[in-house]
Design a protein around this ligand. Sequence first.
Ligand code: UTP
Length: 405
Amino acid sequence: MLIRKKLEELNQLHLVQFEKEISDIERNQLYNQINSLDFSYLQSLNQGEKSSESVITPIKAMTISEIQKQRQTFETIGIEALKNQEIGILLLAGGMGTRLGSDKPKGMFNIDKTKNVYIFQRLFENTLEVVKKCGKFIPFFIMTSESNNAETIEFLKEHNYFGYDENYISFFIQDMAPCVDLSGKVLLEEKNKVATSPNGNGGWFNSLLNNKEAHQMLKKHNLKWINVFAVDNVLQQIADPVFIGATLSGGYEVSSKVIRKVDPYEKVGVMCLKNGKPSVVEYIDLTEEMATAVDDNGERLYNFGVILNYLFSIDLLYKIKDKKLPIHIVTKKVNHINEKGEHVKPETPNAHKFEMLCVDMVELASNCLPFEVAREKEFAPIKNKSGVDSVESAQELLEENGYTL
Ligand code: UTP
């Protein structure tokens, strides 16, 4: 009864329209899911466009040549922090990887030419290089989603975590959000199951805290920092001691690896200050004037793009954990059942998904260090099957960096 009342208030009563056709067990499954799902995401459908009153100004990045001058000092500080196990790393692997079009978790994708080279493997191997340097394993969190958790764990176990010590790895599942059709009705995936999708990569800290084992690993090591990174950049340096040293010695709350844009209009979010606070302006919001603005030395003022590799202080994470992040609505194809109970596999985008983004967490910090890295050495994302940011482009970049595939 309570469920019907709740759904009536939400104007989503159709979610139980098949309840008489399903078994008691299935009905319970549906009720439990409805009870635990967060329907507050739906409110963002009615909020419309935010009026943007913000003042955007440039932020100073630490450039490669500036980093070079202090590399040794930064590296020593970083290695020391890693030896003291103050730093944890966190792989965001809950995405659906729709653009790549593989039905497996993205990390399981094989980028081989002549031998097996999995995306996960590249990430573990990169991390193991730092482990070797500092002589200690680094607590490694892996965020998955309900849909890819079992497969991810099984795959990594089967490959013996590519040589990583299992005791330093902790998996946790991110929260899910309901999917709605274009008129705002929540979709059913089955008669006893609401259609859901991972709620973006921005809710990771709360999802980590909600998982007993992951929370324990955080406390056990008394971690002070977490390096968060995306699954798809096969060249990125994880737990990079120089990056860590620069952040720790500068008194920052957060830092972000950034790359110099290839041209003023490259489609990457660039670091900036929004009303004096660190932020990222999406390329779509970058005006022509801002994109081409230069300083006295002719250097572009909005020139450093983010690559989803951040170092967050744990103090900041606890401080901001109850703050609401903006909800982004994306329109995608979502399989569902129609009002007759028939399965539908749409040809065109038919549904809205709700996502919070890690990049929005930066704005909640009082300061941030944009730390420049060489894109040809640290940026080979695999987003698409072919073309830009694809398997082919990543293969080329890996080979240019001396990897045999
Ligand atoms: P992307 O924005 O590339 O999304 O994620 P995606 O789901 O992997 O791929 P598409 O858009 O469907 O093709 C950037 C990073 O954030 C993670 C991804 O796994 C990737 O490491 N992510 C994304 C999550 O962990 N959870 C999410 O809900 C979304």
